[in-house]
Design a protein around this ligand. Structure first.
Ligand code: 2DE
Ligand code: MG
Ligand code: MG
Ligand code: MG
Ligand code: MG
Length: 326
């Protein structure tokens, strides 16, 4: 394995982006400012800006043999991190989560009403930044992300799929709630780099595969990790009524799980029972395998790009996603 640290490859740009986001959120209303800047404290994983910046570098190397990132590509990295953070603030209201990134959630600290507003505020500032790019195609690409986030989250709230359609529904939801943001942000930097359709599509699909792997691992860690490591509640999805990949795979081995999935684990003891079925099934292992397949597909998509440090770093990111424990 190449001894490359992906974060090192984009460190100055990531630092610049965090600083700049805080500047853009510098409203005169002091409490709103404090809340809006709360998660941009340099403690986040900054996984999304990392990928977007590395993709911009890799693509610029491919197109014009320079790894200099344009101002508008930087803006895309900023905008996508802001959309992501706004969606997490709302997600924590919806999931009634009390911790995120090892600290109390905005909701926990300031209450639901203000949490909803600060999410809206960050989203509105990101929309202004998006408009300033003066690029209709990029506006469309990143607006699509917001629509997907809402639709993905809505799909998750509950629908009555046929057992046969469940896994498909889960994958579609996962694309919308997680992969779309990464895929479309990668696409946007490719469009801004004047890439042809083939390269643009590869950038999109790289982000899509990384996003799918990322969420599959998130769903797996909900079963196998701990709040003290994740910095957010674990063993939460079942309690929220959500059947994610590990349970859906387990249900293929243990039919008894179907009834529990159908009633969204709402009876006394359902959550514990479901966990024990998952534990004695291949569910976690199968989920890992699927994440690995997406990671491998992401790496394959990079092959057509001109070799560069950034491309190597993107390859490394695809393996890091699988090994992460938080
Ligand atoms: C994370 O899922 C949720 C992501 C999408 C949330 C989208 C919303 C629509 P998880 P964790 C709320 C609104 C969108 C806006 C404001 C742009 O599995 O485990 O709950 O990290 O994530 O809580
Ligand atoms: Mg959540
Ligand atoms: Mg959620
Ligand atoms: Mg989760
Ligand atoms: Mg969750």
């Amino acid at each position: 394995q190449k001894d490359i640290n992906p974060f090192q490859e984009a460190r100055p740009e990531i630092d610049y982006i965090c600083d700049n986001i805080n500047k853009k959120l510098c409203t005169q209303m002091l409490e709103l400012r404090e809340m809006a800047q709360y998660y941009f404290d340099g403690q986040g994983k900054t996984f999304r800006p990392l990928i977007v910046l590395l993709m911009a570098k890799a693509i610029n190397m491919h197109q014009n043999s320079t790894d200099i990132i344009s101002q508008s590509q930087q803006q895309v990295a900023m905008i996508s991190e802001m959309i992501h953070t706004a969606s997490l603030i709302h997600d924590d209201v919806i999931d009634n989560s009390s911790t995120r990134r090892g600290k109390p959630t905005v909701d926990n600290k300031w209450g639901q009403r203000k949490a909803i507003l600060v999410g809206d505020y960050i989203l509105s500032v990101s929309s202004l930044l998006l408009a300033q790019l003066r690029n209709e195609e990029v506006v469309k690409i990143l607006s699509q992300v917001i629509e997907d986030l809402v639709r993905g989250e809505f799909m998750q709230l509950g629908s009555k799929e046929e057992p046969n359609d469940r896994f498909n529904h889960y994958l579609k939801k996962t694309f919308k709630k997680t992969a779309s943001l990464i895929a479309n942000s990668c696409k946007a930097v490719a469009v801004l780099g004047n890439c042809n359709e083939d390269v643009t599509q590869r950038a999109f699909e790289y982000g899509q595969n990384i996003g799918m792997a990322f969420q599959l691992i998130d769903d797996l860690l909900d079963f196998t990790s701990h709040e003290s490591i994740m910095g957010k509640p674990t063993a939460a999805d079942l309690r929220l009524g959500l059947a994610t990949a590990p349970v859906l795979y387990a249900a293929q081995e243990h039919q008894e799980l179907n009834a529990l999935i159908m009633r969204r684990f709402c009876h006394e003891g359902d959550v514990e029972l479901a966990r024990s079925f998952v534990a004695k099934s291949d569910g976690v292992y199968q989920t890992k395998l699927l994440a690995e397949a997406h990671s491998a597909a992401a790496i394959e998509l990079l092959k057509e790009l001109e070799p560069s440090k950034a491309r190597d770093a993107l390859e490394h990111v695809a393996t890091l996603v699988l090994r992460r424990n938080k």
